[in-house]
Design a protein around this ligand. Structure first.
Ligand code: UGY
Ligand code: MN
Length: 254
């Protein structure tokens, strides 16, 4: 079976209390309501200790699927292929690198085009701030060559996909590192992360572990998990990641 670990009984997958690394060779497809049973792989979810869900969607040509959970917001990023989306009655066409944010209470669905569609989705229960209206729908696309130098480093470019406004309680960002570039220090913060490596490779420090990572790997980082990344190899490394933002840790809803 292509992509499976070559040494029977061995795996790069690690699941712990502060972090998890999920090697695609460990993926098992499992149904989520709204999708056929082999269309999704749930990567990160509350049973692992996370406050959000991250899953992959793999739609065959012209296959459809969607989500309609009350109070749940979603961010979908199209990794490959093409799809048409119905976002609470609004139509959108998506190709690789396009994304949407669907506010809580909106039903969304996706229908793959002739080459199928591969996407990653982040979902969480929306935490409303008193007196602040929930956010509206956002549609956008990756800017090739875009992004701002992270903390002044032109070799580590960060693209933020959602507005930094009080109504939003999640962020999804795209990080691109030139080979040899790294996070400037070991971060430890209250926000948690769900991450998908999109391109290239590198080394991720998670708590006391050091993990070689490649495109396709997914990572969960619990709040306060010490974290650091350095890009290795001849090509840039890119990852997409989620974080919870903008809410007080005592408000109990994130
Ligand atoms: O936004 C972040 O916290 C980001 N710098 N963390 C990460 O890439 N692990
Ligand atoms: Mn971080």
């Amino acid at each position: 079976m292509p992509g499976r670990a070559s040494l029977l009984g061995s795996t790069r997958t690690v699941v712990g209390k502060t972090h998890a690394l999920l090697d695609p060779a460990s993926h098992v497809h499992g149904g989520l309501p709204g999708f056929s049973s082999d269309a999704v792989v749930v990567l990160i979810s509350p049973p692992i200790g996370a406050g959000f869900v991250q899953f992959l969607v793999d739609l065959e040509p012209y296959e459809a699927g969607g989500s309609s959970l009350p109070g749940i917001e979603s961010f979908l990023y199209l990794l490959a292929g093409e799809a048409s989306a119905d976002l609470g009655g609004r139509a959108a066409s998506l190709s690789a690198g396009d994304f949407f944010f669907s506010p809580p209470g909106i039903e969304w669905s996706l229908r793959a085009g002739g080459s199928g569609a591969h996407a990653v989705v982040f979902q969480k229960t929306y935490a409303r701030l008193p007196g602040v209206e929930p956010p509206s729908l956002v549609l956008g696309r990756t800017e090739e060559g875009g992004g701002r130098p992270f903390l002044g480093d032109p070799d580590a470019l960060l693209q933020t996909f959602l507005p930094e406004e009080p109504s939003f309680d999640m962020a999804v960002n795209l990080f691109q590192f030139r080979p040899g570039a790294s996070l400037p220090f070991v971060e430890a913060h209250v926000m948690e992360h769900g991450l998908l490596m999109l391109e290239g490779r590198g080394i991720y420090r998670l708590d006391d572990g050091w993990y070689p990572v490649v495109a396709g790997d997914a990572i969960w980082m619990a709040p306060y998990c010490p974290q650091w990344f350095a890009a290795l190899g001849p090509t840039p490394a890119r990852y997409l990641y989620y974080k919870d933002v903008g809410r007080h840790p005592l408000d109990g809803s994130h």
